[in-house]
Ligand binder design. Structure first.
Ligand SMILES: CC/C=C\C/C=C\C/C=C\C/C=C\CC/C=C/C(=O)SCCNC(=O)CCNC(=O)[C@H](O)C(C)(C)COP(=O)(O)OP(=O)(O)OC[C@H]1O[C@@H](n2cnc3c(N)ncnc32)[C@H](O)[C@@H]1OP(=O)(O)O
Ligand SMILES: Cc1cc2nc3c(=O)[nH]c(=O)nc-3n(C[C@H](O)[C@H](O)[C@H](O)COP(=O)(O)OP(=O)(O)OC[C@H]3O[C@@H](n4cnc5c(N)ncnc54)[C@H](O)[C@@H]3O)c2cc1C
Length: 627
């Protein structure tokens, strides 16, 4: 599609700045946009299209999906409803439901979290009781805390949803399983009998995703609505367990992998906005006889922003690497081979938290680096922060996931000490953890991060074992040591992030032009040096760094900032975000931030009139002492 058509879509989209819409209008506007995008996004390629036309079509699809995905009521349909059907449905269930879902004949969501439980899936209270007489499941929400609460699109958009419910057969619980449930009439969109639906209210962000609540009052669904790839209920009520109960949690692993790449994208957007603004903003006069400099020339500004560029690259490389692992483990699971699932789960439980923790903090730093104008909603930094910070919580709250990773690390270490071989991303734990002398090379620093992880894991295992020797139960020992268990997981995650970023860049370096290779490897060097300085305490404790080494690292860091400065704007331009996607007065490609700030200001409804009606109604009588 040509430039003008894409822009016209944008024009249709943003005729009303969202900031000045009501909560209800924001949702209604978002549905309008989502339908428009979906229509555009899914206009199929015509086989006799020229290559150029197909390229333009794909380009348009990228443009529209990039705008569409972040805050749409359709978000869960794509990111969880469809993947769950794919991952949890039988072949015939996939055949039937994928067709309807892909064609948008139905709109779905993923309802797992309840008012009373989010993390503890085994504590979910929604009941699915099998009735062998009618070959149906009876869905019921026994108490208020069992209402589904949070699912995106659930309130007024979806007419189907995957409900994660506790299966009961003849009074016996068989754990949590996925059920395909129609929640609204396909013609009238009214909630079906025995189903209560509504919206959960205004949030810090994601205010057009239509997060909702869902309660069941003995609502019946047929037996074939349980997604039965991983476990089955036969007509007579016989339960056939799956090979691993955690296979029903597969969608969460998938989304955690997605989130790492999403953080790369969010952070790239934020640093594009902040860095472009830093290139046009001039402020202060450090040298009396010279003009005000670009704020990008302040080294403190470079310190705030350049790590965000490098981190976006690091998250992207790790996401692509993790995706390959996810894909190969998924193929293994399909053939019943489960032994690599725990490692994939542990990796996702490290990289999802670390990428969301870093991205959230760095997006906020991008906002803070833009002064007052960064505080404007029209800068689109606050909203980007709101989207990113939600990922700290959803898809597994970060603390909880880091503790999950710690479970795997502790088991791996205890096994290693008993002589069991370590494999995959934990193999390095068997390495030598004594560092004779500090090695300040990139590989040397990455090796030091691995030593830090080994030492933190081994020391927290010792703490656990001492607590248990003192008579504490394993659960109490675990809870007491949990702060340092999460620290050990973070150390492992850092070692993975750094080594994968370096190795993935090394793979690509060979095909890059020398100038491009130089710049991209400078970002790797910056990333490794930044984190060595951020974690200097660990380096002092475990990696034999001396004060002289730290001094050298600081000087190297400063030189790297200076080296990257000439290419900084080019590096964010290379993210190639269109203005429509950045949607920012500060980050537009043409650099006309002041004009755009004024244009947006004039859209405020308050500027429609010079005197607001409250003057005559309140202010004037008040000032005249007549109120
Ligand atoms: C168009 C859109 C395009 C793109 C979008 C872009 C990017 C994506 C962005 C956003 C995604 C979209 C929307 C997000 C909306 C949010 C949705 C949600 O939040 S859905 C709900 C998510 N909820 C959770 O994640 C709950 C977290 N809790 C858990 O995972 C478990 O309860 C927990 C693991 C924490 C503990 O469970 P428990 O039963 O207590 O397990 P236990 O600790 O006893 O461990 C048991 C055993 O099982 C293993 N295990 C646990 N979980 C998994 C798993 N997922 N996979 C594999 N194995 C697992 C665990 O390791 C342990 O094994 P061992 O006993 O140690 O052997
Ligand atoms: C924007 C957004 C969108 C969402 N979309 C969906 C959706 O589409 N579908 C869906 O099903 N859910 C969705 N969720 C819900 C999300 O998955 C849950 O919020 C998340 O799993 C955390 O559960 P909770 O909110 O019940 O917090 P809890 O599990 O109650 O945890 C609260 C706090 O307690 C502490 N804590 C809890 N358990 C432990 C533990 N074992 N060890 C140590 N500390 C612990 C942590 O500090 C945690 O932050 C969404 C949430 C958000 C914010």
């Amino acid at each position: 599609m040509d430039e003008q058509k894409v822009l016209s879509i944008k024009g249709l989209l943003d005729d009303t700045p969202e900031e000045y819409l009501s909560h209800k209008e924001k949702y209604e506007n978002s549905i309008r946009k989502s339908v428009l995008f979906y229509k555009t996004l899914h206009s199929t390629e015509d086989e006799n299209m020229s290559v150029d036309e197909k390229t333009k079509l794909n380009f348009r699809n990228i443009v529209t999906s990039a705008i569409f995905k972040d805050n749409s009521p359709f978000m869960l349909h794509n990111s969880m409803f469809i993947p769950t059907i794919m991952g949890q449905g039988t072949d015939e269930q996939r055949e039937y439901w994928m067709k309807r879902a892909k064609n948008m004949e139905i709109i779905g969501t993923y309802a797992q979290t309840e008012l009373g439980h989010g993390t503890f899936i085994r504590g979910l209270e929604t009941q699915a009781t099998y009735d062998p007489d009618t070959e149906e499941f009876v869905l019921h929400s026994p108490v208020l805390s069992s209402y589904k609460w949070w699912p995106g699109g659930l309130a007024h958009t979806a007419n189907y949803c995957i409900v994660m419910a506790r299966l009961y057969i003849k009074g016996k619980s068989h754990g949590i399983h996925p059920f395909m449930v129609q929640i609204r009439d396909e013609e009238t969109h009214m909630p079906l009998p025995g189903i209560k639906l509504g919206e959960i209210g205004a949030k810090l962000g994601f205010n057009t995703v239509n997060n909702g609540f869902l309660g069941f009052e003995n609502h019946r669904i047929s037996r074939d609505r349980m997604l039965m790839k991983n476990a089955q209920v036969l007509k007579d009520g016989t339960f056939v367990a799956g090979s691993n109960s955690k296979l029903t949690y597969g969608t969460m692993v998938y989304v955690r992998v997605l989130i790492v790449s999403n953080m790369a994208n969010m952070l790239a957007k934020a640093v594009t906005i902040a860095l472009r603004y830093s290139a046009i903003r001039r402020q202060s006069q450090p040298k009396p006889d010279e003009p005000e400099p670009q704020i990008l020339d302040y080294v403190t500004q470079q310190h705030k922003l350049f790590i965000a560029i490098a981190s976006s690259h690091a998250f992207y490389m790790n996401a692509m690497w993790l995706w390959e692992i996810y894909y190969s483990v998924s193929l293994q699971l399909a053939s019943g081979k489960l032994d690599n699932l725990p490692e994939l789960h542990a990796l996702a439980c490290c990289l999802k938290p670390l990428s969301t923790i870093d991205a959230t903090a760095m997006i906020e730093k991008c906002r803070l680096a833009c002064g007052g104008h960064g505080y404007m909603l029209s800068a689109n930094l606050a909203q980007t922060y709101g989207l990113a910070t939600a990922a700290y919580t959803y898809e597994g709250e970060n603390t909880v996931l880091l503790l999950q990773a710690a479970r795997s690390l502790v088991k791996a270490w205890v096994g290693h000490v008993k002589g069991r071989p370590l494999k995959g991303t934990m193999a390095y734990l068997a390495g030598d953890s004594t560092v004779k002398a500090w090695d300040g090379s990139i590989d040397g620093i990455i090796q030091s991060f691995k030593v830090v992880a080994i030492r933190k894991i081994s020391s927290v295992v010792k703490i656990l074992q001492d607590y248990e020797k003192s008579g504490l139960s394993p659960e109490d020992a675990w809870n007491k040591a949990s702060v340092f268990l999460t620290a050990a997981s973070e150390a492992h995650g850092r070692a993975v992030l750094l080594s994968v970023y370096k190795s993935e860049m090394d793979k690509r370096a060979a095909v890059l032009s020398p100038p491009l290779r130089k710049v991209l490897l400078q970002l790797v060097d910056l990333y490794v040096t930044y984190w060595a300085l951020e974690k200097v305490g660990d380096m002092l404790l475990y990696a034999s760094i001396t004060d002289k080494d730290v001094d050298e690292l600081q000087r190297r860091y400063i030189e790297l900032l200076a080296a990257i400065r000439p290419n900084a704007v080019g590096l964010v331009d290379a993210f190639d975000f269109r203005d429509e996607i950045l949607n920012s007065t500060l980050g537009a490609y043409d650099g006309r931030a002041y004009e755009r700030l004024m244009e947006e200001a004039m859209k405020s409804p308050l500027n429609a009139e010079p005197v607001n009606q409250t003057f005559h109604k309140y202010l004037k009588p008040f000032m005249r002492g007549k109120l």
